[in-house]
Ligand binder design. Structure first.
Ligand code: DX5
Ligand code: ZN
Length: 219
């Protein structure tokens, strides 16, 4: 089954509430919250993303999928756990060593969310293998993290296939999420390669009818 997680990074100012309600009505499986700290990536949007998350938690039933593009993972996990996300994903590149990665995994589990680890385009897929037994999802970034509306880097499709065969070979049950430049043209390629959770931002938010595109992405 394919699930869709809609990124609200590029939501229009002043149209937030109506967009969030329309996304829920259009049956997005998750709302994807992109958190940036001005250190791991250039932009800093942490406060506004905390506000959006709180608003969504209070008013909607759609599950939250929090993508932390931050250096201080533990601090952000504590802040965002208050909205009880279904998934919290942090970047492997934000941690200095294995011990720190394992501590972040443990903290997210203690707060009751599922755990995802994200890797940037230049990070090798093999680097994630040792953590797979402890996590629920691997997020393969299909663009450089930092902003919405970029073009998918086509070499990343191969990375998805490689992870999918590794997971199948080892009889693991782990979600593969892709994020960045996912639209009706790129979605068939990443699905075919084995991705089962598609993050999509501008392709959905710019569409006149969210449900049509979400349904099409899920096919
Ligand atoms: C990139 C973010 C993404 C991205 C998705 O740093 O993690 O979630 O904005 O949006 P689109 O689909 O617009 O590339
Ligand atoms: Zn994201």
């Amino acid at each position: 089954m394919i699930e869709v997680s809609t990124s609200i990074l590029s939501v229009k100012k002043g149209k937030e509430a109506e967009t969030f309600f329309a996304l829920e009505k259009s049956k997005t499986d998750y709302i994807h919250i992109d958190v940036m700290d001005g250190k791991f990536v250039e932009k800093d949007n942490k406060q506004i993303m905390l506000e959006y998350s709180n608003y969504i938690k209070r008013t909607l039933n759609t599950q939250l999928d929090v993508h932390l593009m931050v250096k201080d993972v533990k601090e952000a996990v504590e802040e965002f756990s208050a909205v009880e996300p279904n998934i919290i994903t942090f970047h492997l590149e934000a941690c200095k060593d294995k011990q720190e990665v394992m501590e972040c995994i443990k903290l997210i589990k203690e707060f009751g969310s599922r755990v995802g680890i994200a890797i940037k385009p230049e990070t090798k897929i093999e680097d994630i293998y040792e953590y797979l037994p402890y996590i629920h999802m691997c997020l393969i970034m299909t663009v450089e993290p930092g902003k919405g509306g970029q073009t998918l880097i086509s070499e990343m499709v191969e990375k998805v296939s490689k992870l999918k065969s590794y997971i199948d070979k080892n009889n693991m049950e782990i979600d593969i999420q892709v994020d960045g430049g996912i639209n009706l043209k790129t979605a068939p390629k990443v699905k075919e390669a084995g991705a089962n959770i598609l993050v999509s931002g501008v392709a959905i938010l710019m569409a006149s009818n969210y449900k049509v595109i979400i349904d099409e992405l899920k096919k």
